[in-house]
Design a protein around this ligand. Sequence first.
Ligand code: HEC
Length: 110
Amino acid sequence: MRANRMAMVVIWLIAGTGAAVAVDDAEQIKRGEALIQSNCASCHAFGLSDVSQHKSAPPFRTLSRNYEIEALEEALAEGIMSGHPDMPEFKFEPPDVGAIIAFLKSIQVR
Ligand code: HEC
């Protein structure tokens, strides 16, 4: 998938249209990945084939089976909590929310 994403960026660049947009997206996704790595990865799998560290935490690549990823935007900005006592509450600033959403979208398997 990572390779696909790179390939997409390269195609955009070659096509010479929307190159800035594609690069921005790649930046966003990279930032989102870093945020998730430091805040969520201790429990949730966030790659395409890894296993969650916490056995009840769903791997992020499957989130879109239950949610519209966009619907998480509000939760991330206003304070995301799950029904699970093990998951701490998180709250992110809007630019970080955008980055996290971009990353989550990029890894959905459905
Ligand atoms: C300490 C462990 C832990 C951390 C850290 C953690 N989570 Fe979770 N998370 C869980 C567990 C356990 C569940 C399962 C909740 C349940 O089944 O009710 C969960 C559920 C979720 C769900 C709901 C999934 C679903 O299908 O119901 C989302 C969305 C989510 N987490 C996002 C995040 C995000 C985003 C972060 C980082 C900002 C994060 N989590 C960090 C443990 C964690």
